[in-house]
Write a protein that binds this ligand. Structure first.
Ligand code: TYM
Length: 373
């Protein structure tokens, strides 16, 4: 196969290898909006959706907002891949037993929150070795300086006594996850924005050095609730590993715990339920949470609680969260009780993911000049 590395030249060999996706995508830039064609692109190919979630720590309502609910929605739009990113989970010191359990916990939660195994490919990152390989190859086109500017890296580096090289290179692994699937859209929360920008930079650099190989992905953020904050510390993002536990609403919290956490959420000294993240960060966070679990707009919420004070508002927020979580928890328990079935679904997912990622990995090796057996 002849390798042509000049940008703009049709790359028939790689395009053949990838089933025409890169070429089709490239052409569409000239045809107008690539998302204007509903669930398919100009050439009748399904939109590719990819996202990932770590199997470490207990998932919370922030993950629901930026992650789970967006996954369930976007799976309707095309061919979707959702990855349990266990390789990412070892970037900070971890407990191997917790990782083992956490992997099946998150698998059950993905299905409990609405992923349909007949529609979406759900798989574990380490089951598809292409991810680790892609990360190494892509590290050659990733800027050391840009990695050092990643907010999540800087936070970890400031906090942890031992800062692993993996915490630093983590975004390269994430870029590989996304690019291996010729992904069009990546549903994520706001905290992943910078990583997605890096992914796009890495893809563009590879494409311009070695020829069109990757689709350049777009991030999809929720309209509201892109960054759910800790209820006790409204300046701190709700997170699996940071911030007050009493301000973190877990997906598996029983109703009375949810009610207690919402009731004791920090608010300001005023009384009006008004959306103003700078002046009223606590109340604004609760307003966003209510929009996330009810689908109402911020304006609807403000109008409804005009003049009614915080008490009723908080109690309604808690009820609305409980109403969303309860059926999820019931489904979760049923699914988690059958680990053999979860493993079966993951095995099917890994087979599909291997088959779909293999041509892109092969194209990467080929373009970089590696001899293949
Ligand atoms: P992770 O596991 O930390 O979080 C999973 C998803 O939940 C979102 N999220 C939030 N959204 C709103 N408010 C919050 N407080 C909040 N906390 C978390 C995250 O934005 C994410 O969408 N690096 C990723 C995992 C990953 C990935 C990928 C994602 C690895 N490879 C490829 C997309 C594509 C992470 O650590 O997510």
């Amino acid at each position: 196969m002849r390798v042509r590395a000049r940008l703009g030249e049709p790359l028939d060999d790689v395009v053949d290898l990838l089933g025409g996706r890169v070429r089709a995508h490239h052409d569409q830039q000239f045809w107008g909006s690539r998302h204007g064609h509903g669930t398919q692109d100009t050439f009748g190919r399904a939109m590719r959706i990819f996202s990932g979630i770590q199997p470490s720590g207990d998932p919370h309502i922030g993950n629901y907002s930026g992650g789970f609910r967006q996954y369930a929605q976007t799976q309707e739009q095309g061919e979707a891949f959702f990855c349990i990113v266990d390789l990412h989970a070892i970037t900070i010191q971890h407990d191997p037993a917790a990782l083992r359990d956490g992997t099946l916990d998150i698998t059950a939660m993905l299905f409990a929150t609405g992923l349909d195994p007949d529609r979406s490919t759900v798989f574990v990152q380490s089951h598809v070795t292409a991810h680790a390989e892609a990360a190494w190859l892509l590290s050659s086109v990733t800027s050391y300086g840009q990695l050092g500017r990643m907010t999540q890296f800087k936070e970890r580096a400031a906090e942890e006594e031992f800062v692993s090289a993996a915490v630093f290179t983590y975004p390269v692994l994430m870029a590989g996850d996304i690019l291996l699937y010729q992904t069009d859209i990546v549903p994520i929360g706001d905290d992943q924005r910078q990583h997605l920008e890096l992914t796009r930079d890495v893809a563009q650099r590879f494409n311009s050095r070695y020829g069109e190989t990757f689709v350049i992905p777009d991030a999809v953020f929720p309209e509201t609730g892109g960054r759910v904050m800790n209820l006790q510390e409204p300046a701190v993002k709700m997170s699996k590993s940071r911030g007050a536990e009493s301000g973190t609403v877990l997906m598996l919290d029983p109703p009375e715990t949810v009610r207690k956490k919402v009731k004791t959420a920090v608010t300001d000294s005023g009384t009006d339920v008004r959306y103003d993240p700078d002046e009223k960060p606590g109340i604004s966070n609760l307003i966003e949470l209510l929009t996330v679990v009810t689908g109402n707009s911020i304006q609807d919420v403000e109008a409804r609680y005009d003049g009614s004070g915080y008490g009723q508002f908080k109690s309604d927020v808690a009820d609305a969260i409980v109403e969303v979580l309860e059926p999820i928890q019931v489904r979760y328990r049923g699914l988690r009780d059958d680990p053999a079935e979860l493993m079966r679904l993951l095995t099917v997912g890994a087979e599909k993911a291997r088959a779909v990622s293999a041509p892109t990995l092969a194209a990467m090796y080929e373009r970089l000049g590696f001899t293949r057996p």
